[in-house]
Design a protein around this ligand. Sequence first.
Ligand code: ZN
Ligand code: FE
Length: 258
Amino acid sequence: MSTTLEIVRIPVLSDNYVWLMREPQSGSVGVVDPAVAGPVLAEADKRGWKITHILNTHHHGDHVGGNMEIKSATGCTIVGLGRDKARIPGIDVTVDDGDRYRFGEAEGEVIFVPGHTSGHCAYAFRDQQALFCGDTLFALGCGKMFEGTPTQFWTSLSRLRALPDDMRVYCAHEYTQSNARFALTVETDNKALKERSAAIDAARAKGEATVPSLLGEEKLTNPFLRADVPSVQKAVGMTGKDPIEVFAEVRHRKDVFR
Ligand code: ZN
Ligand code: FE
């Protein structure tokens, strides 16, 4: 049965996005990475939606902080990566790389993407063109490398990059404008990046969100997905080097960027 997920963005804390989604055939309602409970419960309530699932991408407090309160209010099922189950509060269902998780009539593929944390995953709903990637891939950026190695992180980003261009990137933070400022210091001559950056500035000036973005535009403009692209390698003085080393250099530059 074909279906179309309804996906709602809930801005919480200073710059987090929680994603609330409903699968209309079954009435299943999922929350991806509830940083907090109150605004999520209120949004679901306002729509008459009953939360049945929480999908967690990783253990950080700004992604699981609302788990227990939402679970006690709704009795929902909490889904997360089995290898990090000790750090996901209230976890009921453990998944692993390559698993297909049924969410009503929709299906999300679990992709293990270590780098930001050692137990991070993404949920790719291919026929919905929806990628929930937590803090692994951001619009024009990627997460900080807290628990992973450059090899892991580059491998993870490469796996996400292999998904189709028309996937929408539902990441967990509104960091796009500062990411764009940094990206422009790496690739000064990337025309698509310049145009995108101008559009982002215009959107933010109007107070609009820049997430979700399209994976296709990330492939053309996000420096962290482009460590094997000659123009990026040249820009950081590493022509012909291993993309893992180039990724590590770009990540380091971002860490010290002000
Ligand atoms: Zn995080
Ligand atoms: Fe986060």
